[in-house]
Design a binder for this molecule. Structure first.
Ligand SMILES: Cc1cc2nc3c(=O)[nH]c(=O)nc-3n(C[C@H](O)[C@H](O)[C@H](O)COP(=O)(O)OP(=O)(O)OC[C@H]3O[C@@H](n4cnc5c(N)ncnc54)[C@H](O)[C@@H]3O)c2cc1C
Length: 468
């Protein structure tokens, strides 16, 4: 334990907030709570920072950047640069990735200590509606925040052995580059690993049960990603549901319900993540749950007045920045500030593959459902008309979804570095901007943000670098 008081020797301590789980959701609640003057205990059984820092966002994005460097080296001649791609030094890649994680981890530990959060290392269990038991002691709080996160999920008959059948946790640590890989699940995590592995020279096949990759995105984005992946030689089987897997002499053979049989060195199971809640005392203390998720209202309150829950443990979007936002909201509510419920449609979503897929707001299908077909207007702006994208040799589109004569309610982007554009797209959506208002903003030339500006010029009826 470090920071604050030693609860082991101070049984009378009652914290304002006791937080179970030190991932994105839990530590955000701790930092904000402490900032607002609350006394906070943060209990973590593994490493502070949780999935995002150690097994999720950060290490995957480091791998994706290494993949980008590999691709740029291979394609250097297209830019008149002489370079020879000699291969991937996987130990070097891991060292780079681990150094990034270690640096951020150290910074986060320092931050938590400096805010005087009492950090308790150990596996906790909810022991009453106002306490958590950890390391044989009871930690009391006026409020409890459950933030135990999620872990990779599998399905019956598919046992993750950590060797040939792996989860993202194992994939991040693989000390060799397989010749071939099957990825079960074409969602964000599956597509990001497909992208990395292809750049590292792996023969990749994605198996997805739904009709499209990144199926939660606007269909146009999915189709553009599929086109780009096809061009890169990333194979995928859509509408193909997993039916079984068997070991072969050197790898695995996956069969699908529609009669496909695919062999590879490894199978990465990326079919989603399930909540960590079993055996933690939640149900015993009367917390309402649904299939392992803790149920909350729009203020992240459970049915038990003293208990809140945040992050992947609750059935909202499983993203680190959602965890941060939920943690902050809970801390501010407990501290007595006025809080506003989160608009989950207004949260930016990025798949950091090559090319990137970024979006905020409603897909066209959702907008039609919400407003009616005749009320929805869409516009597609091709990145071919954007100078900076041309310089980067990237292809893609920005698609806008607008309510007729009203605000832009959806922005969907595919192309290199489009994740960096989602900040502006988020302002447009969340401020309910009209196309004409965005068209009035002058974007730097040549930049990729200019493509967003041009798309809005076109939607406002005055396209510049686009055909009428
Ligand atoms: C491969 C991958 C890539 C991802 N990429 C992105 C991305 O690019 N952007 C993005 O926004 N999101 C990304 N995510 C999702 C993101 O990591 C999660 O949404 C986020 O980490 C959720 O935060 P959390 O605090 O709810 O849970 P977690 O981060 O899982 O933290 C929960 C913590 O609780 C601890 N814990 C559990 N039980 C106990 C117990 N009984 N006692 C004490 N401690 C306990 C765990 O050890 C863990 O540290 C990615 C996830 C994965 C797997």
């Amino acid at each position: 334990m470090h920071g604050g008081r030693d609860v082991a020797n101070d049984a009378s301590t009652v914290f304002d907030v006791v937080i179970l789980g030190g991932g994105s959701g839990g530590y955000a609640a701790a930092l904000r709570g402490a900032q607002l003057g609350l006394s906070v205990a943060l209990i973590e059984k593994g490493e502070l920072g949780g999935t995002c820092l150690h097994r999720g966002c950060i290490p995957t994005k480091a791998l994706l950047h290494a993949a980008e460097v590999a691709d740029e080296t291979k394609e250097a001649a297209e830019f008149g640069v002489l370079a020879t791609f000699q291969g991937i030094d996987i130990n070097g890649v891991h060292k780079y990735k681990d150094d990034v994680v270690a640096g951020l981890y150290k910074g986060l530990q320092g931050l938590v200590a400096s805010r005087k959060v009492t950090f308790i290392q150990g596996e906790g269990k909810l022991s009453s509606q106002t306490s958590v038991d950890v390391n044989g002691q009871r930690v009391e709080g006026r409020h409890i925040v459950l933030a135990t996160g999620s872990v990779p999920r599998s399905i019956p008959g598919l046992d993750i052995d950590g060797n040939r059948i792996i989860s993202s946790d194992h994939a991040l640590k693989l000390d060799y580059i397989p010749k071939s890989a099957i990825i079960l699940g074409g969602g964000v995590i599956g597509c990001e690993f497909a992208s990395v592995w292809k750049s590292f020279g792996v023969d990749v096949t994605i198996v997805e049960g739904l009709p499209h990759l990144v199926p939660l995105e606007d269909e146009n984005s999915s189709k553009l990603l599929e086109r780009a992946f096809r061009k890169r030689g990333i194979k995928f089987e859509l509408k193909s549901r997993f039916s079984g897997v068997e070991y072969t002499e050197n790898g695995v053979r996956v069969s699908t319900e529609n009669g496909k049989s695919i062999e590879a060195d490894v199978l990465l199971v990326a079919i989603g993540r399930g909540p960590v809640s079993a055996g933690l005392g939640y149900e015993e203390q009367g917390v309402a749950m649904d299939r392992g998720y803790v149920l909350v209202d729009e203020y992240l309150r459970t049915n038990v007045p003293t208990i809140s829950a945040v992050g992947d443990l609750v059935p909202t979007l499983q993203l680190a920045h959602v965890g941060f936002a939920e943690g902050i909201l809970v801390a501010e509510r407990i501290a007595g500030l006025k809080v506003v419920p989160i608009d989950y449609d207004g949260i930016p979503r990025v798949t950091y593959s090559n090319p990137e897929v970024a979006s905020v707001g409603l897909t066209e299908a959702k907008a039609v459902e919400q407003y009616g077909k005749e009320k929805v207007v869409t516009l597609k702006y091709n990145l071919a008309g954007n100078g900076k994208s041309k310089i980067l040799k990237t292809a893609g589109e920005i698609k806008l979804v607008q309510v007729k004569d009203g605000a832009v309610v959806g922005v969907h982007m595919v192309g290199a570095r489009m994740g960096e554009q989602v900040g502006e797209a988020q302002l447009i959506y969340n401020w309910e901007a009209l196309p004409a208002e965005v068209a009035q903003l002058i974007h730097a030339h040549p930049s990729q943000s200019e493509a967003l500006g041009e798309a809005h010029l076109a939607l406002a009826g005055k396209p510049l670098h686009a055909h009428d």
